[in-house]
Design a protein around this ligand. Sequence first.
Ligand code: GDD
Ligand code: MG
Length: 399
Amino acid sequence: MRIEGPRYTERFGAVRIDEVQKVLELDSGRAGELSPYESVAVQKIEEDVIKDFEEKMLIVIPTKDEKLKLLEGVISGIPHECQILVVSNSQRKRVDRFKMEEGTLNQYCHFTQRQAYLIHQKDPVLAKALSESGYKYILDKDGLVRDGKAEGMIAAIFIAMMMKKDYIGFIDADNFSPGAVWEYVKCYASGFYMAGSPYAMIRIIWRYKPKIGEGVYFRKWGRVSEVTNRCMNSLVSVRTGFETDIIKTSNAGEHAMSLKLAELISYASRFAVEPQELVSIFEGFGGVLPMACKSAAKYGVEILQIETRNPHIHEDRGTEHLRDMLLPGLATIYHSKLCEKETKEKVMSELVQQGAIGPDEEPPKPQICPPPKNIDIQKFTKAMEGYMETRSALRSRGK
Ligand code: GDD
Ligand code: MG
């Protein structure tokens, strides 16, 4: 793969935010000597290097009642070296969609001879393991994991820690294009290779996110992303005193982190999770508030933003859903300890303009789950390890 090197890096305390890097070539040919120009402006990342990173990565697919054909397509796009974990919150009552997902995955893994795990978010064994590890923040009053994509993601971080993976990457299950999924993972691996710190996050930005109506319009920005990026940039600009538009991925659902970083940051419920990850990094390492971890601060936290070639085509859930996503995302910025009057006003004006809240209302406080760093992973592992074997798609076909 050939990717542009970062041309500019914005620094905020110990955080480095790299300018968007574009994918130049999906396949950059055989391994070989690089031209001098190559390592300065352009990075060629060899196949074997990418595979080395893929081997250390858990790819998590959060899913809730998605079409099985889409889920299977997404799985088929994930490079063979990666471990796959599907975290499902699909219905089990009227129609057992989870059972159907299990059947699809088992068949797929049988024929490709690859390993994948599937776990239900409401599985009581998972809830018990979380509780025993000391992390009850994502459990509801029934003692099971709450609904929400973020809740599934957090549970997956624990499973990645248990599996001793170095990296975790997320990919939504409603993607129509297996080729795009493949490219996301290649970008994650390349990003970790390029990152100058073991505390790194790779966030995907799409070249196009087509709108399919009467024809196809190759739109670049989602409406929610535009607004959230503006407010997130303001949060940084007001603190550094230099206006910036460096952040282009506040809502990036497709993103990956080193586990070292994943353990140190806090997570918001549901769809506010991605903006909150950035807010948490800025709070913990921006240098305005006390540093969240001294050794991480020494290396610095690096955020890479990579622009992919494949367009992003996913299920269209309508404008109501977009508004539901905007409010909690902006609320994480508004309620951050870093948020000054100027950014608060910007957030309010955007929310009122979009009709998400009234002029006299405040955005509701987000529900924040603390960093997983202090959990007892041994207790979690004890409760889960044997059980995960039974959640493996390959084994359950009798391998
Ligand atoms: N495990 C689990 N639990 N998965 C869920 C849940 C849940 O409660 N709710 C939704 N999902 C899954 C969906 O099935 C899908 O695969 C993925 O999470 C994202 O949900 P969508 O409903 O497709 O979200 P979206 O397309 O509007 O938003 C996506 O992109 C945004 C950026 O443009 C998400 O990834 C957002 O988090 C992201 O900000
Ligand atoms: Mg979607």
